[in-house]
Ligand binder design. Structure first.
Ligand code: JFZ
Length: 622
């Protein structure tokens, strides 16, 4: 993540420096208490926070996010609105120092421009988003085709946008805003009215809390954070928690560790098991949370091993900056959305309301243009509920998404002859240009499919050609019950297994404190799975292991993945041609020596979006 383009040289330099820090003992101490006084009484009401499971026998993998009912909406919706809003919005991106010089930034302005705490608190005291119109925001999202909203509940400056009882550093207790108003309650009601889901960004890194940077007092901070998250869940029932600020840095020092992520993720799931959690809950690894968070960038292909969502600015900054006129064009923004959907990702597109609470008109205009494209000719079918095509490669002239057995070719560079490379055999029963009566001819030679539209493009952003396909019949679901699991209370998998039991799926996230069985300590163990794997399609599968520590995978007695050196969470993938219905011998060995343990077995194929290998396709040994 580090060093990715921000579209702003200034920010890039600044943030890289910030992230490269993390030198202990360099944490800034400042007069940071006045407006933020966390009294012990404030915590008194939060003594009974949920206690998530942990310890031997715990598997933190709650389900397969690729296929779970819980994540279905998120996988279908594809397009969300990110909102960065807070005290910094009031400055509109510019701080005038007492000596008359100015400094520019956005949501990092307090830190990057060195605004003293007492001064930032005076600025907060003037913050008055009186024009915050939740209904208008929800309508703007709706008209754009955005299906969910993720708003900053607390950014790095620690300022809460809801009336938290944990401290007074919030919009009700420290602002010029109407004390009777609660903008999150307003947004919750408005999003519900318009059928939009609501989620919260929450920064772990906190520049304000006096206990944050002190490792000795960090647990006290964590309790406050837990209490705030419980408030957000109890009051507003969010569908998403989008964590941030999990990285190691200084000024103030960030003591957050992967161990803390284990606890936080389990805690959030204990608050509400249906919440979709991003990977910054831990340390942005494939084993953290449900969703990957590429920032200001679009992956060239589906992310291997995790659901994903690209978050991007609509200009160049997250928080409102009046000077930032680097507005992306509606064409680029719309194509970003289509391209992301064609790679099975989501697009979380940011707006930064100004200090009065209004989304800048330039943003509203661009969002409306995106909605116009989606509404026109039924283009939305190429996006919602659509994902990677699998059976064709991404062409040069645009992108192709797939929903069921229809391919949607979104053409950026129109031509009377458009070729597609087939990655597996399929038939074609028809093709049409959405919003046009023109004839579309389809011909094929080897693995090249040529689509020849007879007329003009229908849209300058992207014209969509729908192609109905018939992939070869798949085998019916198997009758499998899982692999035979052998679990050893030693690190080399020697001797008689301590525990033997069926593993319906290989979908384990034991992390630090969990283990395969209450009788097996997390300090070190080994696991082995034996049995048979049964594909449903005759095609080349990609089989992947996502593991921490070490892994070996054999298919048909052939060692195909061999990583016996202690490692962090990594994914290894191999390609194997398989035959529908045939059973292939499979064996997986993992061991845990220290740190975390994860063991997942995934597959994908041209006609199988990536998923944890389902139980019906796994059979026990013998
Ligand atoms: C983080 C925040 O700092 C930023 O203000 C914004 O909220 C964004 C969505 O998320 O930005 C980051 C975090 C980490 C890196 C870059 C930007 N990084 O590791 O390079």
């Amino acid at each position: 993540m580090i060093g990715r383009s921000w579209g702003s040289t200034l920010l890039a330099v600044v943030v890289t420096a910030a992230l490269a820090g993390g030198i202990p003992g360099q944490s800034q101490t400042g007069p940071n208490q006045t407006g933020a006084a966390q009294t012990e009484t404030a915590l008194a009401g939060h003594d009974h926070l949920p206690k998530p499971p942990s310890g031997p026998g715990t598997n933190y993998a709650v389900d397969d996010p690729f296929t779970a009912q819980r994540t279905q909406w998120w996988r279908d919706d594809r397009f969300g609105m990110f909102i960065h809003f807070g005290v910094y919005s009031h400055l509109a991106g510019e701080y005038r120092r007492p000596d008359g010089t100015t400094c520019r930034d956005a949501e990092w302005i307090k830190r990057q421009c060195g605004i003293p705490q007492d001064e930032y608190e005076r600025i907060a005291a003037r913050f008055n988003p009186a024009d915050f119109d939740a209904d208008a925001i929800a309508r703007t999202a709706k008209e754009a085709g955005q299906k969910y909203i993720v708003i900053t509940s607390k950014h790095h400056d620690g300022y809460a946008l809801w009336p938290t009882k944990v401290n007074r550093w919030n919009l009700r207790d420290h602002s010029s805003f109407d004390k009777r108003r609660d903008i999150f309650a307003e947004l919750k009601a408005a999003t519900e009215r318009h059928g939009i889901k609501l989620g919260f960004y929450y920064s772990i890194w906190d520049w304000n809390d006096r206990d944050f940077a002190d490792p000795a007092r960090f647990d006290t901070y964590k309790r406050r954070m837990y209490a705030q998250l419980k408030e957000l869940v109890d009051r507003y029932r969010p569908k998403v928690f989008w964590f941030d600020g999990e990285w190691s840095t200084d000024r103030p020092n960030n003591p957050w560790l992967t161990q803390d992520g284990e606890g936080l993720e389990a805690y959030v799931r204990a608050l509400d098991p249906n919440i979709v959690v991003n990977n910054r809950v831990g340390k942005r690894r494939l084993s953290d949370g449900d969703t990957g968070t590429p920032e200001q960038t679009i992956p060239a292909a589906p992310v291997n091993g995790q659901l994903w969502e690209s978050c991007m600015t609509i200009n160049g900054t997250w928080g409102h900056a009046a000077w930032d006129n680097r507005w992306k064009s509606p064409v680029d923004l719309t194509r970003n959305l289509i391209s992301i959907a064609s790679r099975s990702g989501n697009y979380l597109l940011n707006v930064g309301p100004d200090g009065s609470g209004r989304i800048p008109q330039e943003s509203v205009d661009r969002l409306r243009a995106m909605g116009d494209w989606l509404r026109q000719n039924g283009h939305s079918d190429a996006v919602y509920g659509a994902g990677t095509p699998g059976i064709v490669a991404e062409p040069k002239w645009g992108v192709v998404s797939r929903r069921g057995n229809t391919l949607y070719a979104s053409v950026y560079q129109w031509d009377s002859s458009l070729t597609l490379k087939a990655l597996s055999p399929f038939g074609i029963t028809g093709a049409r240009v959405l919003g046009s009566e023109q004839r579309v001819d389809v011909s094929r030679a080897g693995d090249t499919v040529t689509i020849s539209p007879s007329g003009q493009p229908t849209n300058a952003v992207a014209s969509v050609i729908a192609i109905d396909v018939t992939p070869p019949a798949e085998a019916p679901p198997g009758t499998g019950t899982g692999l035979t699991g052998s679990y050893f209370a030693n690190r080399n998998g020697g001797g008689t297994p301590t525990v033997s039991k069926l593993a319906p799926q290989i979908n384990f996230n034991w992390k630090y404190t969990g283990s395969p069985d209450p009788g097996i300590l997390y300090s070190g163990f080994a696991a082995r799975w034996n049995g048979f794997l049964q594909p449903r399609h005759t095609e080349t599968y990609q089989i992947s292991t996502l593991t921490s520590n070490t892994v070996r995978l054999w298919i048909d007695d052939k060692l195909v993945i061999d990583d016996w050196v202690d490692h962090g969470p990594v994914i290894h993938s191999i390609s194997v041609p398989l035959v529908a219905g045939q059973r292939h011998k499979i064996r997986i060995d993992v061991k845990k020596e220290s740190n975390e343990a994860t063991a997942k077995l995934l597959w994908s194929s041209p006609n199988t979006p990536q998923q944890i290998v389902p139980v019906t396709q796994l059979y026990p040994a013998g």
